[in-house]
Design a protein around this ligand. Sequence first.
Ligand SMILES: C[S@@+](CC[C@H](N)C(=O)[O-])C[C@H]1O[C@@H](n2cnc3c(N)ncnc32)[C@H](O)[C@@H]1O
Length: 325
Amino acid sequence: MNDPLRTALAELLDGLPPTEVTAAVDRLIANYRGDTPTHAPILRDRADVAAYAAYRMPATFEAVHSALEAFAATVPDWTPGSHVDVGGGTGAATWAVTATWPGERSVTVLDWAEPALALGREIAAANPALKDARWQRARIGGDLTLDATDLVTVSYVLNELAETDRAALVDAAAGAARTVVIVEAGTPAGYARVIEARDRLVRAGFRIAAPCPHSAACPIAPGTDWCHFSARVGRSSLHRQVKGGSLAYEDEKFSYVAATRLPAEPAPARVVRRPQLRKGQVLLDLCETEERLRRTTVTKRHGDLYKAARDAEWGDAWPPYDPAS
Ligand SMILES: C[S@@+](CC[C@H](N)C(=O)[O-])C[C@H]1O[C@@H](n2cnc3c(N)ncnc32)[C@H](O)[C@@H]1O
């Protein structure tokens, strides 16, 4: 993770009693397990928000960063000049955007939870690219309108919304942005919400740039599997305190879609499972341009391609490609 973000998050917990933070994290985990839309903000006060930020921001940052990097590879010469993060909370996605495309731009974070916005603003003081970011209260619903922008991010928000509000949010994003990146938990339900949004964005005239190599229907038969990826997250002392154990990292599973009106060049295919390394061969599960899933075996006989396959990771484009060339 980004060092200034790690330091800022560690400082947040200084001065808060560990038992209070652990209790707030437990409450948040219970709330998020509930998987139901809420009618009032879950992040009610500073302890809630500090717990959320310290516990979840490193993981949401890594997931959004991975999704943005995959998208950025499809538009190598493009940099967003403006960014709106809807349901942005403490702003993990704004950090991920500045990590993907360094430099300043117009940044607006919208959320209905004032304590989350206040803390996001405080943490963002450690990131020069976010110094002029606007942190504004807004409720996602049928009356949501967004100003025109290059990029809209929606990370781990759809899960908290009723179906009509999810549709209103995606329609507002489609009407305002040239690129929309949506990230959800890498669960069957998270994937289903991503697909629902993906279909809506395609109907609104967007092309899918990542992770899919095409904008046609997802080849996964509903209910049989779910497309998701994994981002490695260094564990903080808070994680160890709450979850026990001594692992130095954990893997955040996420589903995402990046849809755009830009002339993006999607990957030829994408690795959709962890590659299996065998003696002299690598098994790759791919989602391909031809709207299908296929397992391919790359062996030593494939020469350089075999070397690339040994380095390939879950979520990578396959074969490695360079749209810039
Ligand atoms: C799980 S948090 C994700 C925060 C941030 N996007 C991230 O990735 O870390 C969900 C956020 O959505 C916001 N939210 C949920 N329902 C909302 C609504 N109806 N209007 C505005 N914000 C909402 C919450 O306040 C919270 O900040």
